[in-house]
Structures are given as structure tokens and as C-alpha cells.
Ligand binder design. Structure first.
Ligand code: CP3
Length: 393
């Protein structure tokens, strides 16, 4: 039947658990690597499939979502250490009752965004994630079976502030003026909306783990639009409560706790130590942060630097791991330049990420549609080569 007596799925054993070990703060024989948006438009096989299927149809059809998730795993066989379920952060606004379309070459579009706090009444009062987002859970379970233990599967959701920003702007935006205006004009109503989104995030992430996700990432892609004070008021508290609620809920349902990654893009220049203390196992870094500096700040931030826990230990008792952080634009440069940048990231004179463990290699943001897939291969190979080399020194 695929489920055991307690209703949990059983899946084939893992043949590669590097990323799970690194996420739990351990040293690994080499740095595990995956790439945000690894299943996406830079891949010709993805573009081919999109010719005959609408974007959200791909998200809602488990067999299509599974196929797209596996495309990069097949193409870069042996080079990627995780799959990320094909979906989008905007499935939560849809589940809450808003219409979202994906317009060709324009990106996400909400025909009727939230204009004033009165519009919040248009959102569903209670969101049953099994009813609204069960297709994501089905896609995860199907993908876990298909992966057959080759690499772990990552689940994800958007963070409350980033989702609120889309729900008010109605799509991508240069300055997010409408959403930021809410924070000044309607702070209490903004907090209520953020809390409602956070509650859905928690149910959604817990459901993903029960369906088979082995690692979770929360994407606060527009955290960097906020002032430091607004980040601390309107983003960080919700990031924190998502981590603690997901961990509490998983413990009480006795599903094994999975590591969680927090990506607060653009906010780490002012808030890295706060994010390090937010209850996540891994802090994802964008490319504006210096690797050695980040390691120092994160280790110093943790109250758990008690000898029993070691520097940088979190509630789970392990060192907070780092993820990142090459500028995705480097993938447009020559393969030689890519290798040079990878080596710098892992081993610079100022100290890189390599050799210390508690590290997952990735880009500092998603891979972009114009990248040559062979350049991504050069990046992945360079990570394997240099991290092994550095670990052996
Ligand atoms: O990482 C993966 O491979 C898993 C799939 C994934 C997608 N979106 C697929 C996608 C993930 C993790 C996301 C997250 C996501 N979606 C974020 C957070 C990460 C980030 O990049 O900051 C955000 C902000 C979104 C919202 C969104 N969805 C945007 C801004 C866009 C691009 C619009 C455009 O045309 O540039 C999307 C669309 C999207 N999501 C695509 C893919 C593969 C491309 C759409 C297409 O095929 O037409």
C-alpha cells in the first residue's frame, strides 16, 4: 500500500544523504550541492514540456511535477545531491483564495490583488491544505518513490512577507511600494495577514514532510526590500514562528524532524545573526555576504556556544549550517571563470566555506533562464572537485 500502520509512507533507503548530514551541522567528505530553480527554464527539456502544459497545470499534476523535478537529476546524474519539488511559492495565495496566473514573459499575475485591508475578507477563513494543496503532497510522494533513494527531496514554501508582497502588488514589482505602504499605514492589519499566511505555511510544510519531504526551505526572496526595523517587525517573527511550530508539530506527530533552511535574501547584511538564531538548521546566504565573515557571525550569534554544544550550536544541538552563495550571473561567464569563482568561494585567502563541514553549496539565488546547462555542469563539477581537494588537505 505504500503506507505503514501509523499512516506514514515508507520509501526506499537513501543512497546519498550528504545534504542531510551537512544540514545537521556535520562534516561531510565533500560539500553537497543543489541549485535553486534547478528545475526550470534554462533546461530545454523543461521548455519542451511547457509548450504543451500551462505552468500551474504542471504544478497541479503530480506526474508532471515529478517528471520536471527529476529532469535535472537525470541530466546531471551523480552531480546533484538533492532534488527540490517542482512547484511555486504562489500556490499558498491560491490556496487562500486568490487567483494567480503565470503570464508568458511577464511572470506571476494576480487579476484581483489585495488593495486595502477590507480585501482580506476575500481570503478563505480557514485553509484546509489537504484539500487545496493535496496535489503538492501527492507530487512529493510520487517523486520520493521515483527517486528511489538516489538523493533527498526538498520541500518548500514562500515566507509570509514575500507572499504578502505578491498578494498586494499583484505580481513582481520593482520597489514593492504598495506592499510596503501597508506596513506603514496598516501595521496591525499587516500583522494579522502575515499571521494568517504563516499558519498556512506551517500546515503546508508539515504536510510536505508527512508526504515525504526530507528537508524544507522557506523562501523570503523579498526580505531585502525591508528596512532593518521592518524586517525585524514584519518578517523575522514569522520566520521564527514557522520554524518552531513546524518542529513542534512534527515532534508531536512523531514524524522524524527534518532540517529546515531559511533564505532571507538581502536581509543578512543587517540581520545575519538574528536569522542564525531564528531556529533553522541552515542559513542560506545570497552572494552579497562574505563566506568567512558569515561563518564567524553565525558561530558568534549562537547562545549554544556552551562547550557541550560547541560554537554555533542551535536548539537541535548542532552547529548552524550555511548554504550558498555564488552569484548566479557567474554562470554566464566562461567555464574557466566559473571554476575560479567556485574555488574562491570554497577557499579564499580570507577563508572560504570549504573544509569545515556544516556547508551546502548552492547559488546565492535561483539559476536564470538564459544560462547554458553545460555551464551549470561546470559549476557542479568544480564544487565536487575543489571540495574534495580541500577536505583532503
Ligand atoms: O527550485 C526549483 O527548481 C523548484 C521550483 C521553484 C519554482 N519557483 C519554479 C518556477 C521554486 C522553489 C520557486 C520559488 C519561487 N517562485 C520563488 C522563490 C525563489 C526565488 O527565486 O526567489 C519566487 C519569488 C517565485 C515566484 C515566481 N514564480 C517568479 C518570480 C517566477 C518567474 C517569473 C518570470 O517569468 O520570470 C515564477 C515562475 C516559475 N517558478 C518558473 C519556474 C520554473 C518559470 C515559469 C515558466 O515556466 O514560465
Amino acid at each position: 500500500t505504500g503506507t505503514n500502520a501509523s499512516g506514514a509512507h515508507h520509501f526506499p533507503g537513501m543512497r546519498n544523504d550528504l545534504i542531510l548530514r551537512a544540514a545537521r551541522g556535520q562534516q561531510t567528505e565533500r560539500a553537497p550541492v543543489w541549485v535553486m530553480r534547478q528545475a526550470g527554464r534554462y533546461l530545454p527539456e523543461f521548455r519542451k514540456l511547457r509548450e504543451s502544459h500551462d505552468f500551474f497545470t504542471c504544478c497541479r499534476t503530480p506526474s508532471l511535477a515529478t517528471e520536471i523535478t527529476l529532469q535535472p537529476i537525470r541530466r546531471y546524474s551523480g552531480l546533484l545531491d538533492a532534488a527540490i519539488i517542482f512547484s511555486d511559492i504562489l500556490v499558498i495565495p491560491q490556496a487562500m483564495g486568490l487567483t494567480v496566473e503565470m503570464l508568458p514573459s511577464k511572470g506571476p499575475h494576480f487579476p484581483a490583488p489585495l488593495e486595502t485591508p477590507k480585501d482580506v475578507a476575500r481570503l478563505h477563513k480557514r485553509v484546509d491544505v489537504h484539500k487545496e494543496l493535496g496535489y503538492v503532497f501527492d507530487a512529493i510522494t510520487m517523486t520520493r518513490r521515483e527517486l528511489a533513494g538516489e538523493v533527498p527531496l526538498i520541500g518548500f514554501c514562500g515566507a509570509p512577507w514575500t507572499l504578502m508582497a505578491y498578494m498586494i502588488e499583484g505580481g513582481g514589482s520593482k520597489g514593492f511600494e504598495k506592499a510596503k505602504r501597508w506596513l506603514y499605514d496598516y501595521p496591525e492589519e499587516s500583522k494579522e495577514l502575515l499571521q494568517r499566511i504563516a499558519d498556512v505555511c506551517v500546515d503546508f510544510l508539515v504536510g510536505q514532510v508527512k508526504a515525504g519531504a526530507q528537508l524544507l526551505q522557506v523562501f523570503d526572496s523579498w526580505a531585502g526590500e525591508l528596512s532593518p526595523a521592518h524586517f525585524r517587525t514584519f518578517s523575522l517573527p514569522y520566520l521564527r514562528s514557522i520554524a518552531s511550530s513546524v518542529k513542534d508539530r512534527l515532534a508531536c506527530s512523531s514524524t522524524q524532524c527534518v532540517p529546515m533552511i531559511c533564505f532571507a535574501k538581502g536581509a543578512l547584511g543587517h540581520s545575519l545573526s538574528d536569522v542564525a538564531k531564528a531556529g533553522y538548521d541552515v542559513v542560506a546566504l545570497d552572494w552579497t555576504v562574505e563566506p568567512a565573515q558569515a561563518r564567524k557571525v553565525v558561530d558568534a550569534a549562537m547562545p549554544g556556544s556552551a562547550p557541550s554544544k560547541g560554537a554555533g550550536a542551535n536548539e537541535a544541538g548542532h552547529r548552524v549550517a550555511l548554504q550558498g552563495n555564488m552569484d548566479p550571473s557567474v554562470l554566464y561567464a566562461s567555464k574557466e571563470a566559473i571554476e575560479v569563482e567556485v574555488e574562491k568561494m570554497l577557499r579564499s585567502r580570507k577563508g572560504g566555506f570549504g573544509g569545515e563541514g556544516a556547508y551546502i553549496a548552492n547559488l546565492g539565488h535561483g539559476i536564470t533562464p538564459g544560462v547554458d546547462p553545460e555551464h551549470l555542469r561546470a559549476y557542479l563539477k568544480a564544487i565536487h572537485r575543489y571540495s574534495r581537494e580541500i577536505n583532503a588537505e
